[in-house]
Write a protein that binds this ligand. Structure first.
Ligand SMILES: Nc1ncnc2c1ncn2[C@@H]1O[C@H](COP(=O)(O)OP(=O)(O)OP(=O)(O)O)[C@@H](O)[C@H]1O
Ligand SMILES: [Mg+2]
Length: 227
């Protein structure tokens, strides 16, 4: 599956009346690599949650491959998630499971057989520089290493799009660059990548299109946009 992500006139009002997004429109073509930037509270995480079907828009439409994510049935949401790799700061690793078992979870849910999933778990951990830590407990890893386990879990299912919320927040520049190199590898093979970040150093070192939010409004959408 390919992944085109389109927001058309999206307003998101959370309970309590605050408008986190206001009439936001932009399109990410299949295979694009883009940053989502803007001040704290601008609405970056909200954009990612809407694209993943974690939140629903108050007005407007969120389309992932022509599918209206805000209207997907409860049964269709897991289908959507299987095609998206999510790296979210509030999605924690399960402490009762080893690192490898945490990474395996999406494959188990998708019904991938044990031998194939073991192979893919090892490959994903290798990609994030954690080969050999498969049997460790998440608590035995540093914050940055745990972040990389979360990234391994997001890529293990070979998603059509990667949505990452502050994926380099706990990392030093070298580890951040390694994560970006990984995302760019996925971009190079056609995966749509969207990264919400405050990290101007990362953006300077890894240039990409930038969708800029300000108080919930899209104030810039990079090359060829807005539409
Ligand atoms: N579940 C929620 N309920 C009520 N208000 C919320 C909720 N989630 C976010 N908001 C509000 O919506 C606005 C946008 O939040 P969002 O998390 O999308 O911002 P952000 O750009 O990701 O910020 P940060 O850079 O701090 O992560 C903020 O004013 C926030 O307080
Ligand atoms: Mg955020």
């Amino acid at each position: 599956m390919a992944a085109t992500i389109r927001f058309a006139g999206v307003t998101k009002r959370y309970p309590g009346g605050h408008d986190a997004l206001v009439d936001a429109s932009f399109t990410l073509a299949d295979g694009e690599f883009a940053y989502l930037t803007g001040h704290s509270g601008a609405g970056k995480s909200t954009v990612l949650k809407l694209a993943a079907g974690i939140e629903r828009p108050t007005h407007g439409t969120v389309l992932v491959n022509q599918q209206n994510v805000g209207r997907l049935s409860a049964r269709a949401i897991p289908w959507l998630r299987r095609h998206l790799g999510l790296v979210m700061p509030d999605v924690k690793l399960l402490e009762g499971l080893s690192v490898g078992e945490n990474v395996r979870l999406p494959l188990e849910i998708a019904g991938v057989d044990r031998a194939e999933s073991s192979r893919r778990v090892r490959a994903a951990l290798d990609k994030v520089g954690l080969a050999g830590r498969e049997r460790a407990r998440p608590a035995a890893l540093s914050g940055g290493e745990q972040q990389r386990v979360a990234i391994a879990r997001a890529i293990v299912n070979r998603p059509a799009a990667l949505l990452a919320d502050e994926p380099t927040a706990n990392l030093d520049a070298a580890a951040a660059d390694a994560v970006l190199a990984l995302f760019r590898d996925f971009h190079a093979v056609g995966v749509t990548v969207i990264i919400a970040t405050h990290d101007e150093g990362v953006i300077a070192r890894h240039p990409g299109r930038r969708v800029v939010l300000d108080h919930g409004r899209v104030i810039g959408a990079g090359a060829g946009e807005p539409q």
